[in-house]
Design a protein around this ligand. Structure first.
Ligand SMILES: [Zn+2]
Length: 304
């Protein structure tokens, strides 16, 4: 689906009871704890204007869309690309989506729109070959073998050691081997520097929970290091039935991964560097929230 006004209205009715639950849960926390409240975001005026003028044309495929085209991964005509923030990421992101996942529902597109140079989206079963790169790639998946973000580097180091010598074209690897061979401890600074470059690519699966399991069991992904995110509550309005509110939307998962990567692996202070990844997400969240908060009369005013 796309974010057309009638759908917003329909959704707000369907999910009203859920919203009440969320509201109740939130009363225990202060406003500042709302994860989308204090983001460092670019001006969303362009989205406000686009929302008021309604759907616009995708300049690539001609489709009529709200804000962006979810098949071409570009903003629509009334959302000029130069008014959309560009986010720089410290590593590459691959998103594998299930073919049955409805494109318009996915928040994975947000990552591609906001960090196009760093993000690639693949539709399962067409995925890259990771086998040769398993010492610098990890898969975000919560399972019994998953490790936490802060432990990624040490687990990848083990793989480098186990993979043995030869076949490497990676400038990081010889120095690591040399240090190990000399039996020297690496000083804190170079350790953190080195750790920052170990992981080069992180993979996210973008689908419902059942489909995620199917993709996860693909043998091409089975050998990869699995990483689990810290538990955080979702703000997603398409919260999946029967799933806990810690089941994040894809863009939330990417965002939180990067925040933790920044502090736990790069060892740098997080000052909002990746907040703009939530540029569309926070706007849509607010929109849905406003629709749900207002009565029918207000809703009609907002959506017509
Ligand atoms: Zn298009």
């Amino acid at each position: 689906m796309s974010f057309s006004p009638p759908v917003f209205l329909k959704e707000s009715e369907e999910n009203n009871s859920k919203f009440v639950e969320i509201q109740q849960a939130q009363t225990t926390s202060t406003v500042s704890e709302d994860p989308l409240q204090n983001l460092c975001l670019a001006s969303q005026e362009v989205l406000q204007k686009a929302q008021q003028s309604g759907r616009s044309k995708c300049l690539r495929c001609g489709g009529s869309r709200m804000f962006y085209c979810y098949t071409c991964y570009v903003p629509v005509e009334n959302v000029p690309v130069e008014q959309i923030p560009l986010v720089k990421l410290p590593l590459k992101i691959d998103i594998i989506k299930h073919p049955k996942e409805t494109d318009g529902k996915s928040t994975a597109v947000h990552a591609k729109l906001l960090a196009p140079e760093f993000v690639d989206i693949y539709t399962y079963p067409c995925i890259p070959e990771y086998e040769e790169k398993d010492h610098e790639v990890a898969l975000v998946f919560p399972g019994p073998k998953s490790v936490s973000i802060k432990d990624i580097s040490s687990h990848l180091q083990k793989r480098i050691r186990n993979n043995g010598s030869g076949k490497n074209d990676d400038p990081d690897k010889p120095s690591v081997k040399r240090k190990k061979a000399e039996g020297q401890d690496v000083c804190d600074f170079s350790e953190s520097k080195w750790k920052g470059t170990t992981l080069k690519r992180i993979i996210f699966i973008d689908s419902t929970w059942n489909q995620t399991n199917k993709i996860f069991t693909d043998e091409r992904l089975q050998g990869l290091l699995q990483v689990e995110l810290k538990s955080r509550k979702t703000c997603f309005w398409r919260h999946q039935k029967g799933k806990p509110d810690t089941f994040l939307s894809t863009i939330e998962a990417i965002y939180y991964f990067l925040v933790d990567y920044h502090t736990d692996i790069l060892k740098e202070k997080y000052i909002g560097q990746y907040d703009n990844l939530l540029f569309f997400y926070s706007f849509m969240y607010q929109l849905v929230k406003n629709v749900r908060c207002s009565g029918d009369k207000e809703t009609r005013k907002l959506t017509h």
